[in-house]
Design a binder for this molecule. Structure first.
Ligand SMILES: Nc1nc2c(ncn2[C@@H]2O[C@H](COP(=O)(O)OP(=O)(O)OP(=O)(O)O)[C@@H](O)[C@H]2O)c(=O)[nH]1
Length: 311
């Protein structure tokens, strides 16, 4: 996630967000280029922003900004896009932060939480590859001990990344595994420990208890651990991501959000209400399945891509 050539990075972002940017801008831009800024046009803007899942609060503020801008008749397309990008960025700048596992405790323990299918394993695998690529000594811990398939998938990522893999079978105590793995990682000088957790929401309380127990045992080793807890959210579930943020955000001490699969939706705008509802900032976004498709979240770049503007 570091040192990626800027151009490739931005064009992947733009490509990943193309469905959203089409949804977001085509009608908006056309509306304002066609006619001066009337109340009717503003209503249209409001409708399109809501359809893009930006949420009512941000939508109201963006519409108010446009009202103040008072485009004359025949505003050009670029002006409209620039204004929209700025308005969206203003909604997000206070909700961005970096995930920097190589700038902190050694080993730097990151816990990944989120519902099954949100992209946790893939995100973890991409991060592991990036870190080993930078020369870091990385351990991956598969704390979803119930699901053999989840373990296997993670093992493949670990092998691909050249990371050490720790797991236990058939419902072994996840907290016990996390404790032993962290102890080993400290003794053997690992730089980063990436811990995958279960994401079954069917029994919410049991899941939260399990997560809290993992956190508790890690703190026995280092009161500051886990040094990061990333909540992975799938953008394609739209506003359900908000509900997931509420569930995990309240109990799991989430310190950063990862929004995945932004390439798979036309409603990438959902990132805005999710970021605003959460106490934790957005740290990473996923715009595809490839290793290079996980990117640091940059509010300005995201907003420009979302409205189809160049860097
Ligand atoms: N298009 C796209 N697909 C993604 C992205 N991130 C993850 N995926 C895919 O989403 C699917 C689910 O991802 P996983 O990483 O297995 O999700 P998980 O949360 O670990 O789910 P379980 O393995 O069921 O616990 C996989 O097919 C991934 O390849 C992304 O940013 N874009």
């Amino acid at each position: 996630m570091n040192d990626t050539p800027k151009k490739g990075w931005f064009s992947r972002l733009t490509e990943g967000l193309s469905r959203s940017s089409k949804q977001m801008t085509e009608q908006v831009v056309a509306t304002f280029v066609k006619e001066p800024l009337t109340e009717k046009a503003l209503e249209g803007l409001e409708e399109h922003l809501l359809e893009s899942d930006l949420g009512p609060a941000a939508t109201d503020r963006i519409v108010a900004r446009f009202r103040d801008l008072r485009f004359g008749a025949g505003a050009n397309e670029l002006e409209v896009r620039e204004a929209l990008a700025e308005a969206v960025a203003a909604e997000l700048v206070n909700h961005e932060a970096r995930y920097e596992p190589l700038n902190g405790a050694r080993p730097f323990v990151t816990l990944f939480v989120g519902v099954n299918g949100s992209g946790k394993t893939t995100t973890l695998g991409k991060i592991a590859s990036d870190l080993t690529g930078q020369g870091a000594k990385v351990m991956i811990v598969a704390c979803d001990t119930f699901r053999a398939a989840a373990r296997e998938q993670l093992k493949v990522w670990a092998e691909r990344a050249g990371a050490t893999f720790e797991s236990r079978r058939d419902g072994a105590d996840p907290a016990g595994l996390a404790f032993d793995a962290y102890t080993r990682a400290r003794a053997e000088g690992y730089d980063v420990v990436l811990i995958d957790t279960a994401g079954r929401l069917q029994n919410k309380q049991a899941l939260m208890d399990e997560l809290l127990k993992i956190v508790r045992v890690l703190k026995k080793i280092d009161p500051e651990a886990p040094h990061e807890t990333l909540l992975v959210l799938d953008a394609t579930v739209g506003r359900n991501a908000l509900a997931q943020e509420q569930i995990f955000g309240r109990t799991a001490y989430v310190s950063g959000l990862v929004m995945t699969k932004l390439d798979g939706t036309a409603r990438g705008g959902v990132l805005v209400p999710v970021a605003q509802a959460s106490d934790a900032p957005i740290k990473l976004i996923g715009v595809g399945e490839g290793v290079d498709d996980l990117q640091p979240f940059d509010a300005r770049a995201f907003s420009r891509s979302l409205v189809g503007l160049e860097d």
